[in-house]
Design a protein around this ligand. Structure first.
Ligand SMILES: *Cc1c(COP(=O)(O)O)cnc(C)c1O
Length: 401
C-alpha cells in the first residue's frame, strides 16, 4: 500500500482561548465598532494599534480592513497621484497589483531572481528607465532581498519604499524587523498569514503625515483622536479636510482575537521554522530538486516552502506530478501555470494592467516553481511523510520523461 497523507494543508490552529473569551465579552456589550467607546475607554482596535506598533518598534500603526486595503491606502497616503508609476516585483499575489490599480497607479513589474527576491540590477535599471518614485516591494512567500541594498537604491534614486509584509510578519533582516525598512509597511491578518482574524490589515510607519492621511482614508471621520497611535493635532489641520474617507476600518471583534495572538507570534515563528527547516533538509535530499538559498542575514518565517523539480520541464509533466502528489494527499501549487488557479496567478494573467511585459528571468523561474503551505497544525512526522511522497512521485515522474 502506498502511503497517503491525510491532513488538510489549509487548517490553522484555533484562536487562543483568551481571544475567544475577549471576543465573546465584546459581543455581550454590542460595542463592535471601533468608535463605539465609553468616556475614557480605549477601543480594542486602538489597543491593537498600540501593541503592534510596539512589537514593530515604530511610532504608528493603523488597523484596517485587509492587507490589500492597507497597500491601497499606503500608496495614497504616501502621495501617489493618478497615472504615476509604481514598481513592484512580478512575483507576488494579485492584491498587490490590485492595490496599485485601485490607487490609480500604473505598475512597473520587476524581475525576480532564483531565490524569489526582487532582482536588484533590474530594479535599478527600471528606477532609471521608468523614473517611478514608488516601489511597492512584496516580500512574497517570505523571501527577503538584501534590504540594505534596497534601502540604499531607494535613497539614491529618491524612491518611496512601501513594504508588503504579508508573509514576513515576525521576520528580520540583519536583526532589523521586516516592515521597518520602508517609508510605510503593510501586513495582512487574513487566515493564512501569521496572525489570523479571517480578514484584516495593519499599516505601520514612522511618518506623521503618512499616518494622519492613512487614518483619515481608513474612515475615521473626525474621530481620528481615538486611534491607538496618533500624531499631534496640528498634523491633521489640512489633512483632515483634504483626505477622502475610503471606509475600511477594523472592528473590535477582530482586534480582540489578534491581540491574543500577538504575544504568541515570535514563538509561532520558531515553530514554523522548525517545520520549514525539516522540509528543506528533507527536500534537499531528493534528487533533482532545487531550493532557494536563504542568506545568513535573513531570519525568515517558514510558513510555506518553494522548490523547483529540475527535470520536469514541460507543463504536462508538472501537471501530472502535481496530480499524482494530490492523489496521495500532498497539495502543491504551481506558480508557472498560465491559467490562474486558487490563490495563485502569474503576472501575465493580470490583464487589467494592459499588455504584460516579457520578463524572461521571472517566467523561467516560475515555470517549474512549486509551492507548499506549512500550517502549524503539521508536525515533524507529517513533514517527513510529505517529503517521502514527493520523493517517490518525483522519481516516477522523472523516470517517465
Ligand atoms: C495575502 C496577501 C496580501 C493581501 O492581504 P489581504 O489581507 O488578503 O488583502 C498582499 N500581499 C501578499 C503577498 C499576500 O499574500
Amino acid at each position: 500500500m502506498q502511503s497517503v497523507f491525510e491532513k488538510p494543508f489549509t487548517r490553522q490552529e484555533p484562536i487562543p482561548e483568551a481571544g475567544i473569551e475577549r471576543a465573546v465579552e465584546i459581543m455581550r456589550t454590542g460595542k463592535l465598532h471601533r468608535y463605539n467607546t465609553d468616556e475614557g475607554e480605549t477601543a480594542e482596535s486602538a489597543l491593537l494599534e498600540q501593541e503592534f506598533a510596539e512589537y514593530q518598534g515604530v511610532p504608528y500603526c493603523l488597523a484596517c480592513a485587509s492587507g490589500g486595503y492597507a497597500l491601497h491606502i499606503a500608496l495614497k497616503a504616501a502621495g501617489l497621484q493618478p497615472g504615476e508609476k509604481v514598481m513592484t516585483n512580478a512575483f507576488t499575489l494579485a492584491p498587490v497589483p490590485g492595490a496599485i490599480h485601485n490607487a490609480g497607479g500604473v505598475p512597473v513589474l520587476i524581475e525576480i531572481n532564483s531565490d524569489y527576491c526582487v532582482d536588484l540590477i533590474h530594479l535599478e535599471k527600471m528606477m532609471l528607465e521608468s523614473e517611478s518614485k514608488f516601489f511597492m516591494m512584496s516580500h512574497m512567500r517570505g523571501h527577503l532581498a538584501d534590504m540594505d541594498a534596497v534601502v540604499e537604491l531607494c535613497k539614491q534614486h529618491r524612491v518611496i519604499l512601501i513594504e508588503d509584509c504579508a508573509h514576513t510578519m515576525g521576520a528580520t533582516w540583519d536583526g532589523k524587523k521586516s516592515g521597518t525598512f520602508g517609508d510605510v509597511s503593510c501586513f495582512s491578518t487574513q487566515t493564512y498569514k501569521h496572525i489570523n482574524s479571517g480578514e484584516g490589515g495593519l499599516l505601520t510607519t514612522s511618518d506623521e503625515e503618512i499616518i494622519a492621511r492613512a487614518i483619515m482614508h481608513s474612515g475615521s471621520y473626525m474621530l481620528y483622536q481615538r486611534h491607538g497611535t496618533v500624531p499631534d493635532e496640528e498634523t491633521f489641520n489640512d489633512i483632515r479636510l483634504d483626505t477622502p474617507n475610503y471606509s475600511g476600518r477594523m472592528d473590535n471583534l477582530r482586534a480582540s482575537i489578534l491581540r491574543a495572538q500577538l504575544p504568541l507570534l515570535d514563538e509561532n515563528c520558531k515553530r514554523w521554522n522548525e517545520l520549514y527547516d525539516a522540509a528543506e533538509t528533507a527536500l534537499k535530499d531528493v534528487s533533482g530538486i532545487e531550493l532557494p538559498v536563504r542568506p545568513d542575514k535573513e531570519y525568515y518565517v517558514g510558513s510555506s516552502i518553494q522548490f523547483r523539480p529540475r527535470e520536469l520541464k514541460k507543463p504536462e509533466q508538472i501537471q501530472q506530478f502535481l496530480s499524482s502528489c494530490a492523489k496521495r494527499g500532498v497539495e502543491l501549487k504551481w506558480f508557472g501555470s498560465h491559467d490562474p488557479q486558487g490563490f495563485t496567478s502569474r503576472y501575465d494573467s493580470w490583464r487589467y494592467l494592459g499588455e504584460a511585459p516579457v520578463l524572461p528571468q521571472t517566467l523561467k523561474i516560475l515555470s517549474n516553481t512549486l509551492d507548499m503551505r506549512i500550517p502549524l497544525t503539521f508536525h515533524l512526522q507529517d513533514i517527513a511523510l510529505i517529503a517521502s511522497i514527493i520523493d517517490d512521485e518525483l522519481a516516477k515522474a522523472t523516470a517517465a520523461t
